[in-house]
Design a protein. Structure first.
Ligand code: SF4
Length: 354
């Protein structure tokens, strides 16, 4: 029996890997692509509902391309890393505009599309077309660094050498045993499953691992220390005052610019200056407990204040501002910290005297 790295991963994936996720059992590149984008930096359990909701609303790429950016963002709201949603939409439009609605069928061409990096392109090509292409996401880096006892954090030159290693480990193409489309999909899924279910960051389940007999980290008892962690820089802290302007029935929200943090989403106006611009000075401001939201590159210290008004401001000349019913604003495409504040606010305003 062939006991190469790849063959062991394939056998294990068939017997013990994940087979019932809603995006599995298909070669449809649209579904494969949608799931792979959602799974970037997000766990399977979180993605499942979003994937099904997107698919119900946009059953194929043309429907997604035809949607407005606001609708795409509203459906994505809560999944985080919102640049992914903007790239997803831009990618759908490119696929329709440049490829007649058919995703390109090679990893190299896929990697040219918005939001599709090298590893994601390889995963889509492997699942949808059986292409023999190497993936290297965070989970796979961990498996390789441990199995081969690779020193150094998996960035820069180490990451480059991991790509070379990942390519050398691919099941052979032209010599026996020849790789098939299904096997390539099993291998790609197997690497992902190993990292997500056995080779965990903490307490890996080496006793069940198909790679245990050749794993150097296991032999050397170094599972905990591999891969090495890149030195972490302290994240800078920013401060923002969120103005929750409400008459008890509606809430004032502001659409952010299409790029940058929470790009295109609805959030609260910020800072006292906004009150002056909206002609809402002189109201009593009631603070809610401060909270923190952590982004990739900084921490945001949020200071919410409630401004209860008798009449909502006139929005006629304010294209970025919207007055929405408190009950439904949650569904309008707001980031998670804003959604939590809207929930709190609904309870809070009912206790404020008119
Ligand atoms: S034997 Fe343990 S450390 Fe090595 S690859 Fe398997 S789960 Fe990871």
């Amino acid at each position: 029996m062939d006991s190469s790295f790849a063959r062991r991963v394939i056998r294990w994936q068939r017997q013990a890997g994940r087979h019932d996720l809603p995006w599995q059992g298909t070669h449809d590149p649209y579904r494969v692509w949608l799931s792979e984008i959602m799974l970037q930096q997000t766990q399977v359990a979180t993605v499942v509902d979003y994937f099904l909701r997107f698919l119900a609303r946009f059953p194929e790429v043309r429907a997604l391309a035809a949607a407005s950016p606001e609708e795409v963002l509203a459906l994505w709201a809560g999944l985080g890393y919102y640049a992914r949603a903007r790239h997803l939409h831009a990618c759908a439009r490119r696929v329709v505009g440049e490829y007649g609605g058919q995703f390109p069928s090679s990893a190299a061409a896929l990697a040219e599309l918005p939001g599709i990096g090298r590893s994601t392109a390889a995963a889509i090509a492997a699942f949808a077309y059986g292409e023999r292409a190497a993936i290297l996401d965070g989970n796979v880096k961990r498996v390789l660094c441990r199995h081969f006892a690779i020193e150094g954090a998996p960035v820069g030159a180490v990451e480059k050498s991991l790509w070379t290693l990942a390519e050398s480990l691919l099941p052979p193409l032209s010599s026996a045993p020849q790789i098939t489309h299904e096997e390539m999909a099993n291998y790609t899924q197997g690497l992902m499953d190993l990292g997500a279910t056995l080779c965990l960051s903490r307490t890996p389940h080496c006793e069940s691992c198909p790679l245990a007999t050749s794993c150097l980290a296991r032999q050397q008892g170094r599972q905990e220390s591999l891969p090495a962690k890149a030195p972490r820089k302290a994240k800078p802290c920013r401060r923002a005052e969120f103005l929750l302007i409400t008459d008890g029935k509606e809430i004032l929200l502001q659409r952010r610019p299409s790029s940058g943090v929470w790009g295109g989403l609805l959030t609260f106006p910020e800072g006292r200056e906004a009150l002056r611009l909206l002609g809402q000075e002189g109201h009593e401001l009631q603070p809610l407990p401060p909270r923190e939201h952590v982004f990739t590159h900084f921490r945001l210290e949020i200071h919410p204040v409630v401004c209860k008004v008798e009449k909502m401001p006139d929005m006629a000349n304010q294209p970025n501002l919207e007055c929405l019913p408190l009950k439904t604003a949650l569904k309008a495409g707001v980031p998670a910290p804003v959604a939590r504040l809207l929930e709190e606010l609904r309870n809070f305003v009912s206790r404020i005297p008119p």
